[in-house]
Write a protein that binds this ligand. Sequence first.
Ligand code: SAH
Length: 516
Amino acid sequence: MTKGKVYLVGAGPGDPKLITVRGLEALKRAEVVVFDRLAGPQLLNHARPDAEHIYVGKLPDRHTMKQEEINQLLVDLALQGKTVVRLKGGDPTVFGRVGEEAGLLQKNGIIFEIIPGITSAIAVPAYAGIPVTHRDWASSFSVITGHESPDKLDHSIYWDKVTNATGTLVFLMGVAKIGYISEQLIKHGRSSDTPVALVQWGSRAEQRTLVGTLEDIADKVKAANLKPPAVIVVGDVVRQRETLSWIEKKPLFGQRILVTRARSQASDLVSKIDELGGEPYEFPIIEIKLPSSQDKLQAIEAALGRAEEYDWVMLTSVNGVDYFFQWLDRYGVDIRRFHRANFAAVGPKTAEALALRGIRADLLPESYHAESLLESLDSLIGSGETALLPRGDLARAMLPQELRERGVQTVEIDIYETAMTAPRDLWLPEMLANGEIHVITFTSSSTVINLLEALRQLGVTNPAEALQNIEIACIGPVTAKTAEDNGLKVTVVPDKATIDGLVEALVDRRRVLKGE
Ligand code: SAH
């Protein structure tokens, strides 16, 4: 069997966008991804759907896998012919034990690549507004481990030299030793009023920064009960934070926001949350696909075959537009055959999707749901006219029913189906219980129903209760009603039922909660 290949990839400090382009490419190719929690589970969303995920971190019933076991695992997988990505937090060569992993691969004649990552030593201070060097304040920096017993720390660190060798000192894994570290630095000649910062969980929603001096930082860490992981920065550059802190100023900073819509539709919401400083957490629980039953296919073909007869084509989602055109292509129907039809769009995104295909919507209602569409249609559509409604299988019955009552001949076709996806991310229940998810966004009734079901599948007995203390944001009144009917307390519903509206409402809600 041909041997596989192993990529030892730096994942960056937490923000999944801080992986390198090369690292991401390797991840997208991998058949197996070996990861732990510091190297963000969210990055797994980029792996192939059929890729195997192997978690080597701590589990309630298991200790973290020993380094030797991980080394051997990588060798075994490669010997099975697999393309493997080993994701590592930060940069793999900075206290990442990549030497041991690569060493054993080399011994076994397995090809490997080391793909650098952005180390927390630099990135985490940067996210707190602290540059590790500065033209006026520090012309060099050291990265030092704090993870040794005090004796060994003394043994492997030459405090007399390290203390003054560079302008800035960065300690990783040093939180528990902060008292000892500051003592040594003072003892070897750093002034006791030297500024120090601890940045905990940098680039993540939990990012928190504590600033003090060598004199008082240990007490402050104790008082604040600050726990690892944190990067410790010592030196004058810390003062830069007063003017350069940036991410903390963004309106959604500190908020981890669950995005439940299908991955194929989520990018707009995800990137808007990200731009506003929030941390989008993708947990897609629906999937959009083509219907497969013969009956449905025949119904679509027959309905499109009558293109000339329609007075109206009503599109109620972007998916509806996308799939409508896919089916036209599949059955060889030219759009010009709908020459009689007016096109109605439920909202601006649907209208935009139509416009991209060269069709300007004839009707766009005041607010963006089926009731409003119906209202605006009332004076325009008459008894005896014919309307085509290409929709998803879960679309509500209200619109076709009401149209029929008005004497409109209504042809409804399911041109796509919404299916529940099996949850692959097993951490959600624990994250919810730990308060690590701050907001949940629902963009359709099926996202509500399916999230509750997914949580049940993940072992949560009362999902609605598990979501009690979390902000629930729904795109519009229909989704909000479904959420409330299922026992959720909805706190955010925008005036306009669009993604932009939803994001604006999240920002407003944040302002209210912060008392701004
Ligand atoms: N290879 C990693 C470091 C591994 S050692 C890198 O290059 O970043 C683990 C230590 O890194 C932690 O104890 C902490 O000091 C630091 N660290 C990693 N990610 C961090 C984060 N997001 N916030 C704060 N510290 C972090």
